[in-house]
Design a protein. Sequence first.
Length: 225
Amino acid sequence: MRITVLTLFPAMFPAILNDSIIKRAKENNLVTFEIINFRDFSSNKHKMVDDTPYGGGAGMVLAVEPIYKALTSIEGYESALKILLTPQGKTYHQSVAKELISEEHIILICGHYEGFDDRVREFIDIEVSIGDYVLTGGEIAALTIIDSVVRLIPGALGSKESYENDSFYEDTLDYPQYTKPREFRGLKVPDVLLSGNHQEIAKWREEMKVKRTLERRPDLHKKSN
């Protein structure tokens, strides 16, 4: 998989992309990254990429030209899935991550300031929002999508089971997990997990996934039925 990010703040990415599972996926040639500063494509002598909004209003709006130039400079951009990160987009869920894993090339466009010149939307495929709250820019949203997608790439984790049992993978929350010691301050590990009976353990885990989902996220349970 190839992931390209258009951003005004490329320094926000190396710490995340060069650590943990993402780093291992890169080293194993499962994913490659390109981080492009679209300020480099500004035709303004001061390298400005924003301007005041037509019609008046507070803040500055990102201009269409530098984003378009940066986008079209990317080799193979025509066939890539071009994603605009915006509060107005489709809400990001695990199901979207599962869809993105089938793409060979994803381009993530990070906004900033008061948003984009609306004409940017003519050059993208989908708009995505990671939730109903306001961020300073799209960089954290881009990293969220990168992390959730890369871990689904075959070989990025130790086994498929590592992510198939995750919360939200099948519209349920995860079952409770325990490790040593068996008892801590009077709190004990459930007996079934110590039984060695793998069939009963699997049954208990499925029951707990349903129970927790009903208790904590009944909306997910309704969605899966």
